[in-house]
Ligand binder design. Sequence first.
Ligand code: NAG
Length: 327
Amino acid sequence: MRSSLFSRRTIRQGAISAVGSAKMKLLFGCCMLLTLIMLASRTAAPYGGWNRYDVSPRGSSLPRKGYTLLINTWKRNDLLKKSISHYASCPGLDSIHIVWSEPNPPLKSLIKFLNHAIKVNSKDGRDIELRFDINKEDSLNNRFKEIKDLKSDVVFSIDDDIIFPCATVEFAFSVWQSAPDAMVGFVPRIHWVDKSYNGQAAYIYSGWWSVWWTGTYSMILSKAAFFHKKYLSMYTNEMPSSIREYVTKNRNCEDIAMSFLVANATGAPPIWVKGNIFEIGSSGISSLGGHIERRSECVNHFVGEYRGMPLVPTSVKAVDSHYTWFW
Ligand SMILES: *[C@@H]1O[C@H](CO)[C@@H](O)[C@H](O)[C@H]1NC(C)=O
């Protein structure tokens, strides 16, 4: 490498004045070398390069508390099998709770399959608990029912049709550990004040393009988010029952209701984590017509319930610096 760097001398000779040109070249060479080392270590880092600087808690002797996968499913056992098999391999996973609202209880064959998949895929024989939370009533509020004997302090709430790589999930988990009161997740949404609306402020719910265009968001959807388990109990026991009734009746907006609850409790915005989403199912309710209008109605209804807008907009985005090139 040295010889190839210094052979540039002849090419650059004309451009740099004779005085100090050797220093310049040395500087240039050093820069090149540093860049190469950086690139090499960046590529190697996720696979254990630069182990001397490994400060991950897995290396320490303190037992690390993990998270609970709270997965919402509806008559899509194939998707459920796929996602549970995948998440079982994530190192921080403590337990799996499946929110089951179908009229028939889960089949024995399904339970057997899942238990086997967890055993096969979990790392170093870790014991991952599998639980079905069976609901009699079919309501979207089921997804946020209080779980009394939860092993971990935090749930990773997820839909059955999207998958995130374990590294992404664990990164979001570490972001949550830095801000345990916040909702931390991958799907941001924003609300706007409707300027065309006369009189009282009315709000518009806006989708991904709006977030992308402005870089601003005020909600993180519970289809892929970490939040403290205390919010489950608040949703079930403390949130005004009129909001739960609205969610059941309209079959929509339980995630917006949760965003309002957390924002009202903390007075702070949620945290968006960068991550690649892999969709394994067909498109869901969000692709149906009239979706944005119905979501906006929910926002305005909840603003009425809270007597104001608790959601706080932000443009903070958490990014794993292992995978970024510039700082
Ligand atoms: C919002 O938070 C305040 C303060 O914690 C609480 O008193 C109030 O009941 C909450 N509002 C709703 C609608 O839950």
